[in-house]
Write a protein that binds this ligand. Structure first.
Ligand code: ADP
Length: 158
């Protein structure tokens, strides 16, 4: 039986930390769908299309990863995709509380779906999309923590 997993997130933009989690998930599951959340609040830095495009480009070397987007309830989307697993990444204890609460809430909504946590590489433990946006905004270099397509996109906005 093939096991399909969904890795949901804002990916605004995708970072090397996200790539690391997606690659490790793809080594375990038959298919991984990296799915960009269509934010209801319009405060995202990149459009859904841009976020998908950057994810697609930076993960094209992994044949069993697909890129998609979704809105609404995550568990409904996971069921619609006939997936059985939700992938989430853990950086530090600070992630844990929120992730644990969300995993329990999703289990309450859909007990048949498993949340699967993958621990980050220590070198990405401090990397977040928001810190990338902020560091770039103030002129710092993010070249080492984002895929080149994201770096180019950010640079083209300067
Ligand atoms: P969300 O808005 O849903 O938290 P993010 O795009 O920020 O979406 O993150 C998606 C998932 O990837 C979350 O589980 C988050 O903890 C994880 N993640 C984010 N950055 C990293 C990183 N540097 N290393 C490992 N996991 C990460």
């Amino acid at each position: 039986m093939k096991v399909r997993a969904v890795y949901p997130g804002s990916f605004d933009p995708i970072t090397n930390g996200h790539i690391y989690i997606a690659e490790r998930a793809a080594a375990i599951f038959d298919e991984v769908i990296v799915s960009v959340l269509i934010n209801e609040r319009k405060n995202a830095s990149f459009s859904v299309e841009e976020r998908c495009e950057m994810a697609r480009e930076s993960l094209k070397h992994v044949s069993n990863i697909k890129i998609d987007s979704f809105n609404g309830l995550l568990v409904d989307y996971v069921k619609q995709k006939e997936a059985g697993v939700i992938i989430r990444g853990l950086r530090a204890m600070s992630d844990f509380e929120y992730e644990f609460q969300m995993a329990l809430m999703n289990r309450q909504l859909a007990p048949e779906i498993e949340t699967f946590f993958i621990v980050t590489d220590p070198k990405y433990s401090y990397v977040s999309s928001s810190s990338v946006r902020e560091i770039f905004h103030f002129g710092g270099t993010v070249r080492d923590v984002v895929p080149s397509v994201v770096f180019e996109k950010l640079t083209s906005r300067r």
